[in-house]
Ligand binder design. Structure first.
Ligand code: KG4
Ligand code: ZN
Length: 353
């Protein structure tokens, strides 16, 4: 019997297995991560971050990321397995992020997962990174089930989606230019802050006032799209003008004014979408979802309209492997996601396919 024939047979039996144990690997950007979940219970969650290395360059350098994933992955997987208290034999399936992300970085995780699955004759489950960001919410709140509206705001994507079922997602709106996280990172760089910019902007904004004039893209619009490039350019122009004139300016005020506009756009779209769709659940996903101003705005508005708000704890907003195991769990329950040993990394994988 070939590897895939055996994997298909095993996978079919996992559909109804209680306490399904999944080992998941994530390596799409600058975190090498591995987690083991038993059902929706987190047994281990190991993340080896490369942030300190990429900080030196002001952003992620793909080639350096791939190399560091190669160095870290074996250690990270072994640690996650050991901390889970499970043996490799007890693992039911191996899950891996196969897209979207940096190609070289993805290849490291995919190759490792394929080798592990083949050697142990276990099913391999291919997971879409963005769907993982959404699915981590099922682990955080066991009562959450579709249907709901979800705001996804990460370094590469910003969208409002309608989650009809665990793997059936309708895009209601998305960014027409930069992703929200990308804008946070670029504005941070202009203000001389280090990578990743989101948490730095958030910290600086806490001491600032919303007093610097900035555009309000798509105000009072009826669609759910976003635009961040105008906001980003407004910050760049403001800073350059001040610097060229040799004038002082308050960086905290710039950070606060930018953060206010950036988060208001997300909040307006998300709440309007939930209300128009007639759902009483709003889910937040992705790295920018860690932002406290965004969370506060959403909480205030959601309460007004009796919408229940769900978001992961800060450490599960940014990249991790728990989210990949969570989506793999949902897929396995539906009998979907099984991959053969020829699985390829797909840097351009559409976020909701
Ligand atoms: O989801 P994520 O970890 O990776 C991607 O899949 O892209 O998102 C990373 C992005 C970065 O742009 C980072 O600056 C942003 O999330 N981010 C934040 C915060 N924490 C992370 N943005 C705003 N406020 C934060 N607290
Ligand atoms: Zn991510």
């Amino acid at each position: 019997m070939s590897y895939f024939e055996k994997a298909k047979e095993t996978f079919a039996n996992l559909k109804n297995k209680d306490d399904l144990i999944i080992l998941a690997i994530e390596s799409s950007c600058d975190e090498t991560a591995c987690a083991v979940l038993k059902g929706k219970e987190i047994l281990s969650n190991v993340i080896s971050s490369q942030i300190e290395i990429h900080k030196l360059y002001g952003g992620v350098v793909p080639e350096i990321a791939s190399r560091n994933h190669t160095l870290a992955i074996d250690k990270v997987v072994k640690q996650a397995l050991s901390e889970s208290g499970k043996t490799l034999e007890q693992i039911d399936a191996i899950a891996v992020t196969y897209g979207a992300g940096l190609l070289g970085a993805l290849i490291v995780g995919v190759s490792y997962a394929k080798a592990l699955a083949y050697a142990t004759e276990k099913p391999l489950i291919a997971v879409n990174h963005i769907k993982g960001h959404i699915a981590v919410n099922y682990v955080e709140d066991l009562t959450l089930t579709p249907e709901y509206v979800c705001l996804i705001a990460s370094g590469g994507h910003t969208a409002i989606v309608y989650v009809k079922d665990y793997d059936d997602i309708e895009v209601l709106g998305s960014t027409t230019d930069d992703a929200a996280g990308e804008a946070f990172d670029k504005v941070a760089r202009v203000l001389g802050l280090s990578y990743p910019g989101g948490p730095q902007i958030e910290k600086l904004a806490m001491q600032g006032k919303d007093c610097v004039e900035m555009p309000t893209p798509f105000k009072n619009c009826t669609h759910y799209n976003f635009s961040y490039s105008g906001l980003k350019t407004a910050v760049i122009n403001y800073v350059r003008k001040k610097e060229n004139k040799g004038e002082e300016y308050n960086k905290s005020d710039v950070a606060k004014s930018f953060e206010e506009r950036a988060t208001q756009m997300m909040c307006d779209n998300a709440i309007r979408a939930a209300r128009n769709k007639g759902v009483d659940k709003l889910v937040v996903a992705g790295g920018v979802g860690a932002n406290k101003t965004l969370r506060k705005k959403l909480a205030q508005e959601a309460e007004k309209y009796n919408i229940k708000l769900y978001y992961p704890k800060i450490s599960l907003c940014t990249d991790n492997a728990v989210m990949i195991a969570a989506q793999a769990f949902c897929l396995t329950r539906m009998g979907k996601g099984l991959a053969d040993i020829n699985l390829d990394a797909n840097a351009d994988l559409k976020p909701f396919e």
